[in-house]
Design a protein around this ligand. Structure first.
Ligand SMILES: NC(=O)c1ccc[n+]([C@@H]2O[C@H](COP(=O)([O-])OP(=O)(O)OC[C@H]3O[C@@H](n4cnc5c(N)ncnc54)[C@H](OP(=O)(O)O)[C@@H]3O)[C@@H](O)[C@H]2O)c1
Length: 304
């Protein structure tokens, strides 16, 4: 890989922002691309931006991520999560450059009972998961040097996500009802971005190998229910002067949503460790860092 830049799509999102932060810190050349220059709803912008940028590698962090709204916006979800990535993959194949594409634990139905490995059968429960699964297939069926990264339960200091919602809600409600029968892997966007950039560094140093192609699970270590995640969020937030609400454990049935979520979508990240030698920190540690950053950032303001 040469002096040509890394193209980062979805640069305004949680992960996109973290990728830009990590790429800048590593002194890499990159082009941060938001929807105004690369829009999956306007396929010609994908091609024109790609040719203008002449990237050496593409990191695709752009996606339709509103799980509930996807149920009533099926075409738009598929445009962003399948059609757009398919175009990117075809462009990367033609240019013979790697594409690192981000996917989700929601491709699984959550019934396995132990953490999912990359070869487990997919069975998405909703439109979001189905559109992301279709995107994975489109990318992997192309001739691109493709790495598909499945991650989970992303959170960050600066974007709308579960952690921010919790802190915001606790400022006006003394008691919060939190789902305690869904288990997954909370993952700090900054830790995921750091792992992705570590992979990029490996590819740049030793070149692409055919064995790099395929799916990798990448998440913080350990697992939690939403209720356990909320408890850890407030363990940290309380130390920064936030109120700790009473956290009432409830079931998914008590909290009906338009899209069904997998009950247990833990990801086994062994393949990542064995192939690239990368291991992410524990989610509790990640939560401590992110909540601290959130509450010590400019004036400590948390807005939705
Ligand atoms: N969030 C999670 O909990 C989670 C869990 C598992 C996997 N993932 C995956 O991780 C990746 C990053 O997620 P995230 O949390 O960073 O998402 P995010 O914060 O919602 O950001 C998504 C980004 O994609 C852009 N985008 C949306 N639709 C687009 C379109 N049609 N064309 C071009 N750009 C578009 C958004 O632009 P605007 O700002 O203009 O809308 C934004 O920059 C996604 O692939 C997601 O599926 C996320």
């Amino acid at each position: 890989m040469s002096d040509r830049p890394i193209l980062i799509t979805g640069s305004t999102g949680q992960l996109g922002t973290a990728l830009v932060t990590c790429a800048a810190a590593a002194g890499l050349q990159y082009v941060a691309s938001d929807r105004s220059v690369l829009n999956f709803d306007k396929p010609d912008t994908v091609e024109s931006h790609f040719f203008r940028t002449k990237p050496s590698l593409v990191l695709n962090a752009a996606a339709w991520t509103d799980v509930n709204a996807a149920e009533r916006n099926i075409e738009a979800a598929y445009r962003a999560n399948r059609n757009g990535p398919a175009i990117l993959a075809a462009l990367c194949a033609r240019a013979m450059i790697p594409l690192i594409h981000i996917s989700t634990d929601y491709v699984f139905d959550g019934t396995k009972g132990i953490p999912y490995v990359e070869t487990d059968a997919v069975a998405p429960l909703g439109v979001y998961g189905a559109s992301k699964e279709a995107g994975e297939r489109a990318v992997l069926q192309s001739d691109a040097r493709a790495i598909v990264i499945r991650t989970a339960w992303l959170f960050s200091a600066g974007h709308r996500n579960f952690a921010r919602t919790m802190i915001q809600a606790a400022r006006s409600a003394p008691q919060l009802s939190i789902v305690a029968d869904q288990r997954g892997t909370p993952t700090a966007a900054i830790d995921l971005a750091s792992a992705v950039l570590h992979i990029v560094d490996i590819l740049r140093r030793r070149g692409w190998r055919d064995s790099d192609r395929g799916i990798f699970h990448v998440a913080n270590r350990g697992d939690a229910t939403w209720h356990e995640f909320a408890k850890q969020i407030f363990n940290v937030a309380e130390a920064h002067g936030e109120v700790r609400p009473k956290l009432l454990p409830i079931t998914s049935a008590d909290w009906p949503t338009p899209a069904q979520r997998p009950a247990d979508s833990r990801l086994d990240c062994t393949k990542l460790r064995q192939h690239f030698g990368i291991d992410l920190p524990n989610w509790r540690d990640a939560t401590r860092r992110v909540i601290t950053e959130m509450l010590t950032a400019r004036e400590g303001q948390v807005s939705p």
